[in-house]
Design a protein around this ligand. Structure first.
Ligand code: ATP
Length: 441
């Protein structure tokens, strides 16, 4: 596809997200705030489903991973130990013509991306991406703290607490979902590069043996790649890219990115890294607390190696939206359909009374109340049924239930499948079982 067509596709998706209450610009009535986004009623359901599926597969369904929820503000020494104070920087240049500020490594052909002027940039400067704020009443350097730029440091800082309270044994993991903040120089590509976003991270601690660590590194790469496919992301658009040796952080023994083909290019959804024993050793050094682990079975004390799958909830949400979006040519029209996997779809079923009389609205409300106990469902009684189907297709609702003339006599409804558009006739008292099977929940 040409760049124009891809740009158009992205613009259409962004506009659908706004129109159908998935994602709005933050503080839009005041002109917005660059790099910040709000999720509307459908977007919040979608993102919550994605986070819940991650939590289910990474924590609940496993016996070797514990969850935590750490504070966003931490003792600033954490960020000295992690290396962020010193080196969490991006190279930055300003265009002297239009005063635009850009990441030096994003400039192509020495040309300003905004005004097009060639070769009129300031020297490269290094810009720390951490947001600063102050705790307490004094605004001086002793009270300065940072909004965390990643969630994993809360996990490392709690390593000892978990080991001492949860009877975990290496190999085991600690997982967290939470907000992170980065003062990105150029937030762009919708929610892909935001200044405030959510991460889903897990630190998996294993024996400090390179072969053992590599075994878990390979394992987590496959697990995480498979996770996106399991929930419907198209395999041909998802890539596992191994980092070259010169791309690796100095402490890392291996790193791979899971990348997705967005309309704006192939870009990272998640990174999986073998971080060796770097983090626990650094935090031991800076906190003066010994964070080594005593392995009873081996009668040995050591600093475990860490394998880290680190994903972005907003980037995953965007990938699920882009991947689901389809314009399908039918005989007489084109329908826009979001082919969300049922587990991901924000609304699981819609209920339509065919007409607003003859007892149909009452039955529809009853069905809604019953199904609402189990899933997010929606009742739509406005407009022609064909239009109601299209509205649900556009937000990816897997099933539409119509209450019609037959319902009143036979206590049955039609259930229309979003993808095949085929209809089944189902008894009202069988609806929940029918949907459970189809939705696999
Ligand atoms: P990039 O190179 O795209 O800036 P990164 O390699 O710095 O990303 P990590 O530090 O590995 O990203 O963060 C882990 C994950 O957190 C990323 O894979 C991504 O999903 C998410 N993430 C990082 N920065 C942002 C951001 N600015 N907006 C949204 N999500 C982000």
């Amino acid at each position: 596809m040409s760049k124009n067509v891809l740009d158009q596709k992205m613009a259409t998706i962004v506009s659908l997200c706004r129109r159908r209450a998935f994602i709005f610009q933050s503080s839009e009535i005041y002109g917005g705030l660059n790099g910040c986004w709000d999720y509307g009623p459908l977007g919040v359901e979608l993102k919550r489903n994605i986070k819940a599926l991650w939590w289910k597969d990474m924590v609940m369904n496993r016996t070797d991973v514990e969850g935590v929820d750490c504070s966003i503000l931490m003792n600033p020494r954490v960020w000295e130990a992690s290396g962020h104070v010193q080196s969490f920087t991006d190279p930055m240049v300003d265009c002297m013509q239009c005063r635009g500020r850009f990441r030096a490594d994003h400039i192509q052909n020495k040309q300003c991306p905004t005004c097009g002027t060639k070769d009129k940039f300031t020297e490269v400067r290094h810009f720390n991406l951490m947001f600063k704020t102050f705790v307490g009443a004094m605004e001086d350097s002793t009270s300065q703290v940072f909004l965390r730029p990643e969630t994993c440091q809360g996990i490392f800082a709690n390593f000892d607490n978990i080991v001492n309270t949860c009877r975990v044994k290496v190999p085991f993991g600690i997982a967290q979902i939470g907000k992170a903040f980065r003062n990105e120089i150029n937030p762009r590509n919708f929610t892909f590069r935001s200044r405030e976003f959510e991460q889903m991270e897990m630190e998996f601690f294993c024996k400090p043996d390179p072969a053992e660590a590599d075994k878990w590194f390979q394992y987590w790469k496959q697990e995480r790649y498979g996770w996106y496919i399991k929930y419907g992301i198209k395999k041909e658009r998802l890539h596992l890219r191994e980092h070259e040796k010169n791309e690796l952080a100095h402490y890392a023994a291996g790193c791979a990115d899971i990348e997705y083909d967005f309309p704006f290019g192939c870009a990272e959804l998640e990174g999986i890294a073998n971080r060796t024993d770097y983090d626990l050793k650094r935090h031991s050094e800076f906190s003066k607390k010994d964070l080594s682990y005593f392995d009873q079975a081996a009668n040995q004390r050591y600093f475990p190696y860490v394998i880290e799958p680190s994903a972005g909830a907003d980037r995953a949400t965007l990938a699920f939206i882009v991947d689901a979006y389809e314009e399908e040519k039918l005989e007489e029209e084109t329908r826009t359909v979001m082919r969300f996997h049922p587990a991901v779809a924000p609304v699981k079923a819609a209920i339509f009374p065919l007409v607003n009389k003859d007892g149909m609205p009452e039955i529809a409300v009853k069905i809604q109340q019953e199904l609402k106990k189990h899933w997010n469902v929606f009742l739509d009684d406005k407009g022609a049924v064909g239009r109601r189907y299209r509205r649900q297709d556009e937000i990816g609702t897997p099933f539409c239930i119509t209450v019609d003339g037959e319902t009143v006599q036979a206590q049955t409804v039609t259930v229309r499948d979003r993808d095949s558009m085929k209809q089944d006739r189902v008894a009202i008292d069988q609806l929940q079982t029918y949907l459970s099977k189809k939705l696999n929940t």
